[in-house]
Design a protein around this ligand. Structure first.
Ligand SMILES: Nc1ncnc2c1ncn2[C@@H]1O[C@H](COP(=O)(O)OS(=O)(=O)O)[C@@H](OP(=O)(O)O)[C@H]1O
Length: 203
């Protein structure tokens, strides 16, 4: 990590930290006071997005259903498949809580990041102890992309939008499979809401 000067903060992001076993211990060793931000979204949508991304690189993989279920008839979900396992947020959170108080962690809603980016960014800035400099003035909704884009400060220059690989059309999954996965994640989601003290409404 680069050093921060006084009045600066250094931010680093790696999606896999949250689900990497040794990450909490190693990060707390580096700095026990570090603030941690995790972006989470409905684990069912997350799994479908994950599968869609893999499929775009490896078109020959088995179907979503084949990978998601050990036994689809009885709704037995394959928790060893990463796309499913990553969405077990309560499980991944536990090792972090052995090293950091929950007050040092902040959870961003991936859904609200799209529908209310300024509100979500306000919470992030408050958590980091920053003045609310990024506000609704800095975002506009790009209908074609289906995402907000960031306007350059002062209004000059092209806005910054997410790249082409974001917002891929998700693979169509049958409604029974989605319902089975919703059922499967429900108790895990509830445990997660209770632990972080925030309801993400992923029902
Ligand atoms: N800033 C921001 N706001 C809202 N949503 C976002 C953002 N950045 C990434 N995404 C969505 O997260 C999904 C995975 O994106 P990535 O490809 O960046 O993830 S990863 O780097 O592979 O971990 C992928 O979701 P889907 O598009 O639904 O598949 C991205 O669109």
């Amino acid at each position: 990590m680069p050093r921060s000067l006084d009045r600066q903060i250094t931010v680093e992001k790696t999606p896999s930290y949250f689900v990497t076993r040794e990450a909490p211990r190693r990060i707390s060793y580096m700095s026990p006071r570090v603030k941690l931000i995790v972006v989470v979204r409905n684990p069912v949508t997350r799994a479908i997005s994950d599968y869609t991304q893999t499929l775009s690189k490896k078109p020959d993989i088995p179907s979503f259903s084949e990978l998601a279920f050990n036994n689809r008839t009885i709704g037995e979900v394959d928790t060893s498949w990463n796309a499913i396992r990553i969405g077990l947020y309560a499980l991944h959170l536990q090792p972090w809580l052995n090293h950091f108080p929950i007050s040092q962690m902040h959870f961003v809603s991936g859904e609200r990041l799209i529908t209310d980016p300024a509100g979500e960014m306000a919470r992030v800035q408050d958590f980091l102890g920053l003045k609310r400099l990024v506000t609704d003035k800095h975002f506009y909704f790009n209908k074609t992309k289906g995402f907000p884009c960031l306007k350059k400060p002062g209004g000059g220059g092209a806005p910054r939008c997410l790249g082409k690989s974001k917002g891929r059309t998700h693979v169509q999954i049958n409604t029974d499979d989605i319902e089975q996965l919703r059922e499967f994640y429900r108790p895990h989601n509830i445990k997660f809401y209770e632990t972080v003290g925030q309801d993400f409404h992923w029902e």
